[in-house]
Design a binder for this molecule. Structure first.
Ligand SMILES: [Ca+2]
Length: 287
């Protein structure tokens, strides 16, 4: 089980409240007085999870204070690996009678064993269990080797431009700014990188990169200009292709096939005065 420690409540009001609690001899629970009257609930009784990057799935946590006094309270969330949650701690001031609503996303990497898992949430003396049903991993039928694979980046401009948007199967630049493409978060700073990790060595011979290119945002202004394509071979990175001076929306790089455990796009310059790296989709094929 993943365990994530939370910070202790440190607000002065809590300290005073705790002192009162000790004075009236509530045994060994300094925050006991604060947690009475907390409530935990979710908007669904089960979360269905498809094990792919960027899948939009989760639940709403409702963390309430049904007591008569305001409190500072923590809710701790746990989920068994390899599942992941967008948050493991919800820490908030809760006025009397107030219910905080927080959206929690649930994700699982490709090849997570299908089946039932349980998310547990603890808040004060309350405990809640939420069932998660992980479905079968999808299979790509197009030969695209990076589809559904784990992806990360040097930085991400969140929430609208996550790295996983670059391998979600959507090449359409008209969908830009809706999580279907990656944009880094270090304006004016290069290089940036986008990394795909394979579950086993894959033979790579071609990489297609779709940079931002729409009527509103033409590649000649907003697209990537210079980048390297790198393959991880035998534990080290090899540059297998380089692109310079690009003005097009898509560039297909072909190279002698290599058995790779990873693919990395190292971005060196964009056409818009070196501001951001923008990748709508990356695809990789055997040849
Ligand atoms: Ca995409």
């Amino acid at each position: 089980m993943r365990k994530v420690g939370g910070r202790a409540a440190v607000a002065a009001g809590v300290a005073v409240f705790a002192a009162v609690a000790v004075a009236i001899a509530v045994p060994a629970m300094a925050d006991r007085a604060d947690v009475r009257g907390l409530s935990l609930a979710t908007d669904v009784t089960e979360v269905a999870v498809t094990p792919v990057p960027c899948a939009k799935q989760g639940f709403e946590l409702r963390f309430g204070n049904t007591g008569a006094n305001e409190v500072y309270a923590d809710a701790f969330l746990e989920v068994p690996a390899p599942l992941e949650l967008s948050r493991y701690l919800v820490s908030s001031y809760l006025p009397a009678g107030y219910t905080l609503r927080v959206q929690i996303s649930v994700s699982a990497p490709v090849h997570t064993p299908p089946g039932r898992y349980t998310i547990t949430v603890r808040g004060g003396d309350q405990r809640l269990a939420l069932a998660v049903e992980v479905g079968q991993s999808p299979v790509d039928g197009t030969g695209n080797l990076v589809r559904y694979m784990p992806v990360s980046a040097s930085s991400e401009h969140l929430p609208l431009y996550p790295a996983c948007g670059a391998v979600d199967g959507d090449r359409d630049s008209a969908h830009w700014a809706s999580t279907t493409g990656w944009n880094d978060a270090t304006r004016g700073v290069f290089p940036d990188w986008l990394l795909v990790t394979f579950d086993q060595p894959r033979t790579l011979g071609r990489v297609d990169l779709y940079t931002l290119d729409s009527t509103r945002y033409p590649a000649s202004r907003y697209g990537l200009r210079d980048w390297d394509v790198e393959a991880r071979v035998g534990g080290g990175w090899q540059r297998v292709a380089q692109v310079r001076g690009n003005l097009a929306g898509m560039v297909s790089s072909t190279f002698p096939p290599v058995a790779a455990t990873g693919l990395r796009i190292v971005t060196l310059a964009s056409n818009e005065g070196l501001t951001y790296s923008r990748v709508v989709e990356v695809e990789a094929y055997a040849g």
